[in-house]
Structure formats: C-alpha cells, structure tokens
Design a protein around this ligand. Structure first.
Ligand code: AMP
Length: 279
C-alpha cells in the first residue's frame, strides 16, 4: 500500500490514474479505524479499480477543543489495518496541507445542515463540508463512501456534492454494530467496559421505537425513545427525534417507511450518535 502525505503527490497520482481510465473509490476518515471503516473499504474495493482512504482528524469540525484534543489518534495501527484490508493508497495529510489558508466559506446547505446535529453542534457541518470538499477536489474520486452511522452528515455531503457540482457519486453504507448493538465508533475507545455496556442502550432505544412505529405518531415515538434513555443510569440524552428520512423535516404526516429516528447522548462524558430507519 502506498502512503502519500502531500496534496501535490495525491493530485499527481490520481490524475495519472484517471488518464488510465481507472475507477477510483475514496473513503475519508478521521482514523482510529474499526470494522465500520473497513466495511467502507470493502464496498469500495468491490466497486472500483483502486481504493484510496484518507486519515485526517479535521480540526474545523470540532466545536469543542477538548473533544478535538482527546479524539483518538493511532496512524501506524491505522495504516496496518488499511494494508490488511487491501486498501491501495492511504492519504495522510497535515493540517497545513488541507488548509494552507483557513477556509472561511460559509457553506449554505439548507435545512439538512442546520437542524438536529447542526443545531446542537454549531459550525460542525461547516467544518465537515470544508474538509470533504477539499478532499474530494484533491483526490477526485469517481465514488466516495460514507457510513449511514453519521446519517445527517451523509445527507449534508450529498447536498454539498450537488450544490458545488463535485462530480462524484456519494454512496451511503450500512451501520456496523458490536454484538451489543452499540454502533461502532472511534469514540467507543474512550469508554470503559461498563460504559460500553451502558451505551448498548442507545441501540435498544432505537429498536424499541422502531417496534412501536406503526402504533404511535412521531411525537409520541420521540417521547418513548427519550424516556427510555432517561431511565438508564449513566446516559445523558441530548436529543431523540423522529423525522422524515429524506428532508429531516418534522414528520407528523409520514408513514413509518418514511421515518428515521436519530439520537445523541453522552456516556462517561463521550458524545455518541446513532440512528435507525423505522420501516
Ligand atoms: P470517522 O472516522 O468517524 O469520520 O468516519 C469515517 C467514515 O466511516 C464516515 O463516513 C462514517 O460514517 C463511517 N463510519 C463510522 N462508523 C461506522 C459504522 N459503525 N458503520 C459504518 N460506517 C461507519
């Protein structure tokens, strides 16, 4: 597996690949890789001639300095996992490479970027849009893979690609979970074993609501989900919403097959998100 660090190297490399008509798949990550990330590498390997993965902890998408500082970083282990997964190229840029000058663009991506996570984490999706646009322009892949674990992020990136004509297919991939149901996340490393057990209740709240989806309206489902989280010691819920899965609009007139439940909660001070389609 090749490892490239500078923007010049990656641009040079992928433009040559494109001249050879190679189809390029790309997976942007912040590292501390787990089986969820590797599932995206596998999807890309099935569908492309060459798979590129970036590892870059993007400072502009963290709205809390402490969160950025404690985010797990383990590049050497990540490179080994990528090599074992058959990734062809790892792109590991520095902050200076990605932001030679600060990106001051105010990305207007509409409702999908301003509600829910957008409202709870001011500036977060602007930082995500900034780094993803930069990476997609540098790598210039045909297909880019994103996990539905970060469902709202996936919608925001689709909108970004459309608004800025980024000439790439944005592909959403299913959530990988631990046996307990806990969605795999780099942040899970920050939890104790007990914390991981407690965090398994996030998935339980979603399945509870999914099973009740045909009997109750969305507002009632939100209360059921929230009450479940609040009843569990060690969970500090931030939100539990049931909305239209395409628009993220409030969902009063929707059937369950148009609905998604999304939640955020803290366990041992670690902020976790999860979601589930209700059909
Ligand atoms: P991150 O390193 O957390 O920025 O994630 C990089 C990519 O991996 C994003 O598209 C995430 O949505 C995706 N991802 C993270 N966790 C999972 C998971 N448990 N299952 C599937 N995809 C995931």
């Amino acid at each position: 597996m090749q490892v490239l660090k500078t923007t010049e190297e990656i641009q040079d490399y992928t433009s040559k690949l494109r001249l050879n008509s190679s189809i390029i798949g790309f997976i942007p990550t912040m590292g501390a890789l787990h089986a969820g990330h590797i599932s995206l590498i596998r999807a890309s390997k099935r569908e492309n001639d060459l798979t590129i993965c970036s590892v870059f902890v993007n400072p502009t998408q963290f709205n809390e300095t402490a969160d950025f500082q404690k985010y797990p970083r383990q590049v050497e282990a990540d490179l080994k996992k990528l090599e074992d997964a058959g990734c062809d190229l790892a792109f590991v840029p520095s902050v200076k490479d990605i932001y030679p000058v600060p990106d001051t663009t105010n990305y207007d991506l509409g409702l999908v970027a301003t509600v829910i996570e957008g409202a709870h984490r001011p500036g977060h999706f602007n930082g995500v849009a900034s780094v993803v646009k930069r990476l997609l322009e540098l790598v210039h892949p045909h297909n880019a893979y994103f996990g539905l674990k970060d469902y709202q992020q996936y919608l925001v990136i689709q909108k970004l690609a459309n608004e800025y004509n980024l000439d790439v297919n944005i592909i959403g991939c299913p959530i990988l979970r631990e046996e307990s149901g806990l969605a795999m996340s780099s942040r899970n490393q920050l939890l104790s074993e007990r914390g991981k057990e407690i965090a398994g209740n996030l998935h339980k709240s979603l399945t509870l609501v999914k099973n009740a989806a045909d009997q109750y309206p969305p507002a009632e489902l939100e209360k059921i989900g929230m009450a479940y989280l609040e009843s569990k010691e060690g969970i500090e819920p931030e939100y539990f919403v049931v909305v239209n899965k395409d628009t993220l609009n409030p969902a009063s007139n929707c059937n369950s097959n148009q609905l998604i439940a999304l939640l955020a909660a803290r366990v041992e001070g670690v902020r976790l998100i999860d979601n589930m389609f209700l059909s």
